[in-house]
Design a protein around this ligand. Sequence first.
Ligand code: CP3
Length: 337
Amino acid sequence: MKDTLRICIEEKKTSYIPIWFMRQAGRYLPEFKEIRKKNINFIKLCLNPNLIAEITLQPLKRFDLDAAIIFSDILMIPYSLGQKVEFKKGVGPVLGDIELDNIINTDPTDFIKRLLPVYKGIEKVKDNLKGKSLVGFAGAPWTLLLYMLNKESPKNNFNFDKINKNKFLINKLLKKIEEMICLHVDKQIEAGANIIQIFDSWAGLLPKNELPNYCYIPTLKVVQHIKSKKIPVICFPKGIGESYVDFCSTVKPDCISIDYEVDPKWIKDKLNGTPIQGGLDPKILLDDDKERIKKNTENYLNIFKDYPYVFNLGHGVLPETKPETIEYLIKIVRNKK
Ligand code: CP3
């Protein structure tokens, strides 16, 4: 039988609201922190099939969720293209210098070989899902290009003109990244992922006139590839505001994940029935005021009452979130219908 997430997205059924969370596996869960303490090297942890499976399933053991998202990271692609990737405490990801020729010439077989433990991890999860969805994912071409060239989070340091200067480099790199995303997604699907989310976490940094070049067109290629595999794809072009509408009419994802700055009523009216996911500001979950959490959650549930809607947040679960709050939130969603 088809899982509830796919029933909502593919059949556009509105009788049930599936629920899962971006970043549901990780940082805010004590059982994750326990494993993390013993595994200082984050990349190594992302290459341990047993621990990938265990961490992926941790939130499902605790909560009544409709989907698991595979424990991995979008930066596993630059890593597998031979760029150095480190996660520094309090700083975030730090990447090494780019050697364009090495990256462009990375053999797809070698690329896949480095990521084999990820696919093995997915295979281990697949049989323990009891009919729930397994979300595979990748970063969108722009967000990956940005990390690869910026070598650190653009939160700390970002200059679009600097990135945009070397067109020759960018075109070559973007093409390679697109190909590797498609390959990585194929392998996740082969291993058992049955829905794919594409994270464009930094789409909002692009000047509006550059959105087609860097966001819509490269993402469209990836989305068309995933659709050809008959697997639904959710896109999350975070921070693009009113351009969500152009994004959807150009890229045509099976489901669109909205961030907390998007007005839910406005987008519902604009989208002509494309299933919508998410929206609720993850910061609201840090509030001790349960009534405020309830009010904000019910706002989304009411607006999307007769619309294909997947409950999720407007970005990932924050590390400071109490697991009890996630439990409370799920109850509100479950009791609504
Ligand atoms: O969603 C899940 O639970 C699955 C696992 C997952 C991780 N990263 C694990 C992780 C997913 C889907 C991601 C995606 C990801 N990674 C994105 C896109 C989503 C988003 O949040 O915008 C981005 C931009 C990254 C890059 C990245 N990885 C950053 C900036 C950081 C450091 C800060 C942070 O967010 O924690 C990471 C590290 C990371 N990825 C951790 C986890 C659990 C924390 C590692 C730790 O314990 O220090």
